[in-house]
Ligand binder design. Sequence first.
Ligand code: DC
Length: 219
Amino acid sequence: MINIAIDGTAGSGKGTISKLLAKKLGYYHLDTGAIYRSLTYFLIQEKVDLNDEKEICKTLEKIDFKVQFEKDKDGNQVQKNLLFGEDLKNKIRTEEISVSTSIISKFDCVRKFATKIQHELASKYDLIIEGRDIGTVVLPNADYKFFLTAKPEIRAKRRAEQLNQPQNYNKILKDIIERDEADMKRKSSPLKRADDAILIDNSFQTAFQTLSEMISYIK
Ligand code: DC
């Protein structure tokens, strides 16, 4: 199987670009952030204290969670994040989930759980796999590795537009800076560029420009 790892900071365009690249190459696109977000959704539903590692690990033992790939009626690929059979869809895209996910994703049992799912899918499908620790920890032998980033102000502006909340720009910027810090400083699988990953700062690029730069590296 061919696996292309795309890591990067929050709001760096990883999602958009991974989808475009997957479509171009005919691969599946695995959004690993959605796995961490789904686990967070479950833990919040279960009213677990998100700072209590022991309780989190115990609660995760009873979860029924699966990732499934499907095609929609237009032939686009969709990733279903199934919690006890229910596709969580946009329920995992709120700012509350974003902030809470950053807290729980530092725990080893959470990372182990999510990594196992990623390994299973990577061994079964040609994948564009998008996350924070793919090139460093999950798939250190990925066929290609990219690390995307952009200036925090630009990432906040993109997120605010994506959420249709331009009035919340300052809060979103603050959350992005705090999330970068938390993701980079955690002991377990921190957000870090793999030594052999191609670094792309797309602050002043359109998604299509970033895409064509990436394609120029792929043989
Ligand atoms: O990419 P995203 O914004 O959906 O990710 C949400 C959170 O999940 C982010 O704060 C860090 C965490 N995450 C992670 O720790 N490892 C990954 N491979 C993907 C996401």
